[in-house]
Each structure stands twice: as structure tokens, then as C-alpha cells.
Design a protein around this ligand. Structure first.
Ligand code: LLP
Length: 416
């Protein structure tokens, strides 16, 4: 559930008419709802209440400082994949002791900085990475807390580009090798083994792949116990899907209940989740204006002012995202449109075959755009990236200004 609803035929973000935001701030425009962000975070946190746990929001989904700060104030942890993300969390007031660091290519300086600020755990993805962390921690005279990201080889049944838990994917350490690598880690002088981690993919709409992965990890946990290796936490990554159309992904509480069932007898084992999309996607919309309506024989195009540089998911994954009018109209004269952007690429579309009643100048909202929307945006075609607005009740805050042309060539120089 989110707080983007129609009242008397017009779309509101919480208590603010979306049309007013378009008038004040222009389009394309990202709009987020604080109440929705908080609601989604609490859904995860409450689902695990009574069991030791930490929700580490995956900031790649939406890393706006205001977004992170709202979660930091709730006591959230964070899952990061770069030093840039680390610095963002710190600037936003996040607690370094609640940061987990994922990613296959952690550089020397990233590891050093993470140790310096005292993150909670490195989710280690390879043996060479383990050696590198051990060496840097030794140089710094500290012990590095780690978990190994295990690739459990389960099919997440999601789009191949966002599936990460199969053995042909680049992520993690193979399940078959896991025990051996834990033994190696345990013998390293500057490594402190803390957890077991996995992340099998994104936009999962069924529980079974999560549960299969958990079963495999619990077998590993028992083997590690036999080896005298104590595991403090189990991090199951992110991946819980959301409703873009008519999907019926499990609720966090169903997911948690099924897991807690499996964790009977392991009450001390802390559980971590790294949700990104499930917190952010439906906490945001992207607003766009119809520039032109164009007919090409019997094909109808709504050409809008937002393109694949602003929101790349449809172009990159053929992702279906719901497109709705900001002002509802009688459906009488609807037409089937391809909603396309200004970028010079055939893949520049926000949606195809959409039944809409449109006039030039109308405002459209792309729903579920709070995750992997702005964070994946670019300046392709030398386009300024949109502003971002955070709505909180009847208040609207500019949480990122619209880029201006000078921003686009900042740092560029002419040759002599
Ligand atoms: N943890 C790790 C280690 C991850 O790699 C990811 C996402 C997450 C957590 C958060 O997963 P989520 O809860 O959001 O599913 N750009 C794609 C999604 C890529 C996800 C990458 N990893 C999209 O727009 O669909």
C-alpha cells in the first residue's frame, strides 16, 4: 500500500495534489512519499520483531540523502556496494555500525575507508577479496568483520538480468566451496567471521527460492558449527518483489513467518534483510508531460518529456511500469499508445500499448518509480536529470534540484 491515490479524479502524493508539484517544479519530476517509505520499512522491521534482526536498506534502489536520512532516523541499517554509497549513508546520518558492504569488486581504498569508519560487515564475494581485506585490516591493526556471500545455486525465477544466485552468475562463492573458504577465513589473523550471506536476485514474487536458499544456508551453518566456526548472523539479501501490475508478491510478514519457522531452535541467530525495491519502488512516482501526440499510420505515439535517461527500466529490462493520468478523464475516447521519450533510441519507451485518453500537455505519472529510477538515470543526449521531491503530509521538499546545463559539463576542459 502506498500514499499515491486519486481524490475527486486527481492524483495526490499524500496530501499534495500532484498537479501542483508539476506546476511548481516542472517535469520530468520524481516524487517520493515519506509515509510510504516509513510504512514499508516498518513492514520489514515489525515482521521480525521478537527475533534479533537488522533491516539494511539496499541504497542502490534510491540513494537520495533525504530518503536515507528518513530511514536512518528509524534506526535502519544500510547495504552498500561502493564508497560513494558509503559516503552518502554517512552524510545522511546513517550509523556505520549498521552498514553491510556487498559487491564483487571492492577496491583497496573502499576497504580501507570502510574499516576506518567501522562498518558492521563485509559481504565477501571471492577468495582474493578475502585476502585483500585481511591484508588491509592487518596494516591498519584492526580485525575485519566478514560474512561470505554464498551463491546457493537456486533459480530465483526472475528476469535473467536481475537473477544473481545461479552458479553462472558472477556473484558470491559457490555453495560447494563455502565450507572450505570459511575455514580459510577463520584462520586469517585479521578476519573475524560474523555471518553467512546470500542474495539470489531481485523482484522475486514467490517465497520458494528464498526458502530453498535458506535451507541450503542452514545446512552450511551446521557444518560450520562442526568446524568450530560460530555464526552470529544470517543475511538473506534483498529481492522481495513488488506489485508493478498484477503480481502478488509475498508480504514481508509472510516471508518472515516462513523463515522464523525454519529458524526454530536458532533463536540467537540474528536475521538480516537487504530490501531495496520493496521499500522504495512504490514510494515514488515519476511525472512526465505529453509533448506531442503523433500517429504513424495506425500506430499512436504519446511523446513525453521523460526518456530512458530519466527512467531506464523499461528500455533495459523491458520492465512493465504502470502509467496513469494525473487528472482522470472519462474513458470514452481512449486510444492505444506507445508512450515514448525524447531520446534518439528505438528502445526509448516508458510503456507500450497503453490504453489512455490523452491530449497534448497532459500529465502522466509512472508508478513504482521510487526504486532503480533516479539512481539509474543518466545524462545521455545531454539531458539534465530531473528534480526529486519528498512529500511529507501537506509539505513538499525539493530533495534534489533539477540539474542545470552548467552541471552537464562541469569538470570538462577544452584542449589548448
Ligand atoms: N543486496 C544485494 C547484494 C543486491 O545486489 C541487491 C540488488 C539488493 C540487496 C536489493 O535487492 P532488491 O530488494 O531491490 O530486489 N536495477 C534492477 C534491479 C537490480 C538489483 C541489483 N541488486 C531493476 O531495476 O529491476
Amino acid at each position: 500500500m502506498d500514499y499515491f491515490n486519486y481524490k475527486d479524479g486527481q492524483l495526490f502524493a499524500e496530501d499534495v495534489p500532484v498537479i501542483d508539484l508539476a506546476a511548481r517544479f516542472g517535469t520530468p519530476l520524481y516524487i517520493y512519499s515519506r509515509a510510504t517509505i516509513e510504512r514499508h520499512w516498518h513492514a520489514f522491521n515489525d515482521a521480525l520483531s521478537g527475533h534479533p534482526h537488522l533491516i539494511c536498506y539496499a541504497i542502490k534502489a534510491n540513494s537520495n540523502l533525504a530518503f536515507l536520512n528518513i530511514l536512518a532516523r528509524l534506526g535502519s541499517g544500510f547495504d552498500i556496494v561502493s564508497q560513494g554509497e558509503l559516503e552518502r549513508v554517512l552524510v545522511a546520518g546513517g550509523d556505520p555500525a549498521k552498514i553491510v558492504f556487498s559487491g564483487v569488486a571492492k577496491s583497496v581504498s573502499e576497504i580501507r575507508r570502510a574499516l576506518e569508519v567501522g562498518i558492521r560487515c563485509f559481504n565477501v564475494e571471492s577468495i582474493p577479496e578475502l585476502h585483500r581485506i585481511n591484508q588491509i585490516a592487518g596494516e591498519m591493526g584492526v580485525k575485519a568483520p566478514i560474512s561470505l556471500r554464498i551463491n546457493p545455486d537456486v533459480d530465483a525465477k526472475t528476469h535473467p538480468y536481475i537473477s544473481t544466485g545461479l552458479k553462472e552468475n558472477k556473484f558470491g562463492i559457490s555453495y560447494q566451496k563455502a565450507r572450505e573458504v570459511y575455514r580459510l577465513a577463520n584462520e586469517m589473523p585479521n578476519i573475524e567471521v560474523r555471518g553467512v550471506d546470500c542474495h539470489i536476485g531481485s523482484q522475486l514474487t514467490e517465497l520458494s527460492p528464498f526458502l530453498d536458499a535458506t535451507d541450503r544456508l542452514l545446512v552450511l551453518l551446521d557444518q560450520l558449527k562442526e568446524d568450530g566456526i560460530e555464526i552470529h548472523h544470517l543475511d538473506l539479501g534483498g529481492g522481495l518483489g513488488v506489485r508493478y501490475d498484477d503480481e502478488t508478491p509475498p508480504e514481508p510478514k509472510e516471508y518472515a513467518a516462513a523463515l522464523l519457522q525454519k529458524l526454530k531452535g536458532r533463536e540467537g541467530l540474528e536475521l538480516c534483510f537487504e530490501p531495496g525495491r520493496a521499500i522504495a519502488a512504490n514510494a515514488g512516482i515519476m511525472l512526465t508531460t505529453v509533448e506531442y501526440l503523433k500517429d504513424q499510420d495506425d500506430h499512436h505515439f504519446a511523446i513525453v518529456d521523460a526518456g530512458m535517461n530519466d527512467l531506464i527500466r523499461p528500455a533495459l529490462y523491458e520492465a512493465w511500469m504502470k502509467i496513469i493520468p494525473v487528472i482522470e478523464k472519462p474513458t470514452g475516447q481512449h486510444q492505444t499508445y506507445d508512450v515514448v521519450g525524447p531520446v534518439c533510441e528505438t528502445s526509448d519507451f516508458l510503456g507500450k500499448n497503453r490504453e489512455l485518453t490523452l491530449n497534448q500537455g497532459d500529465l502522466l505519472a509512472v508508478r513504482s518509480a521510487g526504486a532503480y529510477g533516479f539512481t539509474m538515470s543518466s545524462n545521455y543526449n545531454t539531458r539534465c536529470r530531473p528534480a526529486e521531491i519528498m512529500v511529507d503530509g501537506a509539505q513538499a521538499y525539493v530533495v534534489r534540484e533539477r540539474e542545470i546545463f552548467e552541471d552537464l559539463w562541469r569538470g570538462e576542459h577544452l584542449v589548448k
